[in-house]
Design a protein around this ligand. Structure first.
Ligand code: SF4
Length: 296
């Protein structure tokens, strides 16, 4: 018998997953300014369901190094293909946008740029430095790609001085092949987080559930993240963004997310956000403050 949490098609979403249509004065103002400045956000590229809430609360996640990813993970709706040239003035445009949005907690992520010799690490580091040296009273969280685990490239980004270093595992180890990632990339990502913790005060990671993971898979992942020093964790529901992406294997109910949060906290994370619409940058500032109080 089909249960409430066992829907298989993207149209059969349970009632708690009905997202509101983007609206609100700030939402439209931010949308217009972003377009004027030719800036991308993961909020739009990944079709995030929280866009109205976040943008109306002066919070967006900037997507740097273009809007086209050089990898092809099968859960992700970010455009894939041949990425475009980098724009050296990208940090200035973000700073202008930060000013307009009056945001005190900035989150920046990027597409993966395997096409660039340094993976885009020099550009990413330059953006971090420019924002941190702007003299504005703000915290900066960066959600970075794995830079193929290249130590030189990673050290360049770590040294730039972001306040929080986030790198998502995205899913459990046993599902890496299913999502079109090499299985060894799970370990590359753990090594990125471990190396980050040696240089950064606060590290963070995130996953989506609903791709077919088991409880044992999740326990293993929580354990692996804690073993590598990760203090902050986000857990959200995978939502098939387009018909070309992987179908949802399971919709977790809000109660099941509460249970996941409790389980994850029992592994020793300083802060865990878990919920159907939680994404890695959701309530990022609040989570940072929560985590700081408990040692990150
Ligand atoms: S949760 Fe993150 S990606 Fe989604 S709208 Fe908010 S800031 Fe953007």
């Amino acid at each position: 018998m089909k249960t409430e949490t066992d829907f298989k098609t993207r149209n059969a979403k349970p009632k708690w997953l009905k997202a509101s249509i983007p609206s609100g004065e700030n939402y439209f103002k931010i949308k217009k300014e972003l377009e004027r400045k030719n800036l991308s956000t993961i909020c739009r590229s990944a079709k995030c369901p929280n866009i109205s809430e976040c943008w109306n609360n002066h919070h967006a996640t900037f997507l740097i190094m273009g809007d086209t990813c050089s990898r092809a993970c099968s859960f992700c709706s970010v455009k894939k293909g041949s990425p475009r040239p980098l724009h050296p003035e990208e940090a200035d445009r973000i700073l202008e946008m930060v000013e307009i949005m009056r945001t005190k907690y900035v989150v920046i992520t990027s597409v993966t740029r395997d096409d660039l010799e340094d993976g885009g690490s020099a550009h990413f580091a330059a953006v971090i430095k420019k924002i941190k040296s702007s003299g504005r009273d703000l915290k900066l969280e960066v959600l970075i790609p794995d830079f193929k685990g290249n130590k030189e490239h990673l050290d360049r980004v770590f040294a730039a001085g972001a306040d929080v270093l986030n790198h998502n595992l995205e899913t459990v180890k046993s599902l890496y092949e299913k999502v079109n990632r090499k299985p060894q990339n799970y370990y590359v990502s753990l090594s990125v987080l471990k190396a980050a913790k040696e240089k950064q005060p606060v590290t963070k990671s995130g996953i989506m559930v609903g791709l077919g993971e088991t409880k044992a898979d999740l326990d293993e992942l929580f354990h692996d993240l804690r073993e590598n020093g990760v203090g902050l964790l986000t857990i959200g529901q995978y939502l098939q963004p387009t018909a070309e992406n992987l179908p949802v294997a399971k919709f977790y109910s809000p109660g099941e997310f509460e249970e996941l949060k409790k389980t994850a906290l029992s592994f020793g994370f300083a802060a865990v956000e878990a919920g159907p619409f939680v994404r890695s940058s959701y309530n990022a500032g609040r989570m940072y403050r929560q985590g700081l109080g408990k040692g990150g």
